[in-house]
Ligand binder design. Structure first.
Ligand code: SF4
Length: 441
């Protein structure tokens, strides 16, 4: 088969899509460069917001036409979080979908595709039967082409049950992969030319995996374990939970040279009343103290975050507290969203919904503040040098695009450099969400 994977949503889905490609290629299937060249279409779905589900259903609908035109030997596969949270809707609304697999079953993709091709089975709908542990145990140690910067899932699932979130229902309970398993995968990626690895987990810093001598490794333990791996130039991680930040993590940022000084630390709201309703299990002051402690160890640490505005019951005063918190931290970059109810989550039943126009107004005010902060953060680097890993070619001739140590997007017209190089770039200009610079000869 010629397969094409369309990825939606988070970095963890990107990682799963990479692994599915590895499995299918090692099973003899070919990777198609575009959807129209393929006859096995895999949609790796996300289910974070109702709107996303709607978009995916219309994408599936468009595939129906291609399937009818192909009249056989054309298969549609839906995997990922929406396959988990909405599989009975998918079966009912789009019966022409051949395979539906939950995120913990991606390791079965080649086996099931072969069963379908050989008509051993008519279709396959498999959801939570397996957990993350068996998934990672069965993922093959085979890796196809990689870029210079790659994701690596070290922990999956979540035990926190924030009141607005579907992840615990789609990705299951927290599971941390073994240290030796992770080390081996890092070695494989380095052998394929990877220079930078971003460790992934829903709560990556609550990692708690078995390591050498069957000792339990915390997340900072794992970082120190990976700190001196030959060929690994840069290490990053996401997404952290403020509750699991401790001094060992701060020490890691001070002592590990390849650990990049940028940390994504979602806060969601600046009001304790809302944090309580969200079941985030930390207060505003605890969050602020956590940032202060990290800055004591690494003063130049660049923080990014996530915010939800318009959560049920959010008052003007609550929103004001969110603005004040963002001002007090000063983010290098941050993402903000209007609250959107997810059926099946406790928050969807909560009283006092915030009217849509108020949500939009608050979102605009917060985004303006966060954009200002990002601009100010970036303007500090005019005339300074940033250490940039070039990850791809830009749109213009000889232009390269990369990432600084602070996770800023940096472009430069560089005859002397190429993708994969880590170069000191002198910053000459600031664009809305990126930087432009030159490489001094
Ligand atoms: S910590 Fe909360 S928001 Fe994050 S994945 Fe878990 S339940 Fe969802």
């Amino acid at each position: 088969m010629r397969f094409f994977i369309k990825n939606y949503g988070c970095q963890m889905n990107s990682y799963d899509s990479r692994r599915m490609a590895d499995i299918l290629i090692s099973a003899g299937h070919a990777h198609a460069c575009s959807l129209l060249q393929a006859n096995l279409i895999i949609l790796n779905t996300c289910s974070i917001r109702e709107k996303v589900d709607g978009k995916i259903f219309s994408d599936i609908g468009r595939l129906k036409l291609l399937k009818e035109k192909a009249s056989g030997n054309f298969f549609i596969v839906v995997v990922g979080c929406m396959a988990q949270s909405r599989f009975s809707d998918i079966v009912r609304r789009t019966p022409y979908v051949d395979i539906i697999l939950g995120p913990q079953n991606i390791h079965l993709i080649a086996e099931i595709v072969d069963d379908i091709i050989k008509n051993k089975v008519l279709d396959a709908t498999i959801s939570t039967s397996e957990d993350a542990e068996s998934k990672f145990r069965q993922l093959p140690n085979k890796f196809s082409d990689r870029g210079v910067s790659e994701f690596l899932t070290i922990q999956e699932g979540c035990n926190n049950f924030c009141s607005y979130c579907v992840v615990p229902f789609t990705r299951g309970r927290e599971f941390s992969r073994g240290v030796l398993d992770i080390v081996q995968e890092v070695k494989n990626l380095i052998s394929l030319g990877v220079k930078e690895i971003t460790l992934l987990g829903q709560n990556v810093n609550s990692y708690n995996g078995e390591g050498r001598g069957r000792r339990n490794y915390s997340f900072p333990d794992l970082l120190f374990e990976l700190a001196h791996m030959d060929g690994l130039k840069r290490l990053r991680y996401t997404t952290s939970n403020p509750r699991d930040v401790d001094e060992n993590l701060a020490r890691a940022h001070k002592e590990i040279e390849i650990l990049m000084p940028s940390l994504h630390l979602p806060v969601q709201s600046g009001a304790d009343a809302i944090l309580k309703k969200m079941n985030r299990k930390y207060t505003r002051n605890e969050y602020v103290r956590c940032v202060e402690m990290l800055r004591e160890y690494r003063p130049d640490l660049a923080f990014s975050s996530d915010f939800i505005v318009g959560f049920p019951g959010e008052t003007d005063a609550d929103f004001q507290q969110t603005l004040e918190l963002a001002e007090s931290i000063g983010y290098a970059q941050a993402y903000s969203f209007k609250y959107s109810p997810r059926s099946g989550t406790p928050a969807a039943q909560m009283p006092n919904p915030v009217p849509e126009d108020i949500k939009s107004e608050r979102l605009q005010i917060l985004q303006n503040l966060l954009d200002d902060q990002q601009l100010k953060f970036n303007q500090n680097f005019i005339g300074q040098y940033l250490n940039v890993l070039f990850v791809k070619e830009g749109r213009h001739e000889k232009q390269l695009v990369g990432r600084s140590e602070y996770s800023q997007s940096v472009s430069s017209t560089a005859a002397a450099a190429s993708v994969g190089d880590i170069v000191n770039v002198r910053i000459t200009e600031v664009a809305s969400h990126s930087l432009i610079g030159v490489i001094d000869q």
